[in-house]
Design a protein around this ligand. Structure first.
Ligand SMILES: Cc1ncc(COP(=O)(O)O)c(C=O)c1O
Length: 399
């Protein structure tokens, strides 16, 4: 097996090799190694004697100490994710994507601090700022995700963190991450990016200067709609703060779930290529339909985010939105209810297609969503795109 730390390996190869360290997959006494890091379920770790127990020291994070500190299955997933982000020191795992975002905010902010939060961030992320962070005395200012270098004008003496999400939830604005990161660095402000849409395959966030990259592993990384988890991958300067906070909060994930996410990760490259191609086929077809007002997909040349997307991203995932021209809520419901291949349900990034109504106007505060046409969000899965398009045609027929 190749050296998992080999920096020259390409991303698709790293996805296959990541986390499969010999010390986690094999045992010389058994004379071999298995392909996948086995599921190590543990609370108690046994020591040879008291001296051994005392010598271990609870600062350890990659030696068996106590179940909450992880086992090789957990470390293998964290290691594989770290390997996907050039410039990363380590990865911490959380029970969901929301837990990861909240943990990152909590770890990096203190009473009296100021946070700049993208107006297009996932709604529960905003809820944490307006709820628990506000209660702790952390002030949040929501900013236009398209602010770019203009973010410099919003940085206050107390600003400690800028939170980004690109493309944004429901509305898919593409942020100028390099410009925002440059302004943040100049003022000594940290950046945290929700990179769930792109994953490090399409946007290696730390290489773009971001300090902490977050992913809901529930989506594309897991990829099979059967596991919830989140991750934070961080630079050497920030990672110890995240680790300390996670330990103090007792945040731990199940090794069974880690094995499920690791299995998903192995095929992320091929799945993402198919999600992206299917999503584009659907988006192009939608754009030509008379019932569609606009398609929200940065890989389409007419999209407002296309130029930055082309500059910064190496591909597209399969999550997109579109509006139904001149229809109301009831018409949108008729459209979605008429679909049979697209399931109706939350989350996205699984192998199967999903459709949900989205209402950004109720969520935004720094910007306003004024489009009167109702919005539909599609998570385009791995089905044959011709079948998906035929299904969507049924939806239009029901309008
Ligand atoms: C952009 C984004 N970030 C974070 C999350 C939260 O992830 P989870 O559902 O794993 O808590 C979601 C979930 O939909 C999301 O869309």
């Amino acid at each position: 097996m190749s050296d998992p730390d080999d920096k020259n390996l390409r991303p698709a190869t790293k996805l296959v090799q990541g986390g499969r360290r010999p010390e986690w997959t094999g045992d010389p006494r058994l004379g071999g190694a298995v392909v996948n890091p086995p599921v190590w379920r543990a609370s108690t770790i046994l020591y040879d004697n008291v001296a051994d127990l005392k010598a271990r020291g609870h600062a350890t994070h990659d030696k068996l100490y106590y179940g909450r500190r992880g086992t090789p299955t957990v470390w293998a997933l964290a290691d594989a994710l770290t390997g996907m982000e050039p410039g990363a020191e380590g990865t911490l795992l959380y029970p969901s994507g929301v837990a990861a975002n909240s943990a990152g905010l909590l770890a990096l902010l203190s009473p009296g601090d100021h946070l700049l939060m993208a107006d297009s961030a996932y709604e529960p992320t905003r809820a944490f700022c307006d709820g628990m962070l506000a209660r702790m005395g952390v002030r949040t200012t929501y900013y236009d995700p398209l602010v770019g270098a203009g973010i410099a004008g919003l940085i206050e003496p107390e600003t400690r963190l800028i939170f980004l999400e690109s493309p944004g939830s429901l509305t898919f604005e593409v942020q100028d991450v390099p410009a925002i990161v440059a302004a943040a660095r100049e003022r000594g402000v940290l950046t945290l990016l929700d990179n769930t849409w792109a994953t490090p395959l399409l946007f290696p966030a730390l290489a773009q200067g971001v300090d902490v990259a977050m992913m809901s592993l529930t989506k594309y990384a897991g990829g099979h709609s059967d596991v919830m988890m989140g991750s934070l991958t961080a630079t050497r300067a920030v990672w110890p703060r995240l680790r300390q906070a996670a330990y103090q909060l007792g945040q731990a994930v199940s090794p069974d779930d880690c094995a499920a996410v690791l299995r998903g990760l192995r095929t992320l490259d091929v799945r993402m290529a198919r999600h992206g191609a299917n999503g584009l086929a659907v988006a192009n077809w939608l754009a030509a339909r008379p019932e569609v007002g606009r398609v929200l997909h940065p890989a389409l040349p007419g999209d407002p985010g296309h130029a930055i997307w082309s500059r910064d991203f190496t591909g597209t995932s399969g999550l997109l939105g579109f509006t139904l021209k001149g229809t109301d809520d009831a018409g949108r419901a008729r459209f979605i209810d008429a679909l049979s291949l697209f399931g109706i349900g939350f989350s996205w990034g699984g192998y199967e297609s999903l459709a949900v109504p989205g209402d950004p106007a109720n969520i935004r505060t720094a910007t306003s969503w004024t489009d009167p046409d109702p919005l539909v969000r599609l998570s385009v899965g791995l089905e044959d795109p011709a079948d998906l398009i035929a299904d969507l045609a049924h939806g239009f027929a029901a309008l």
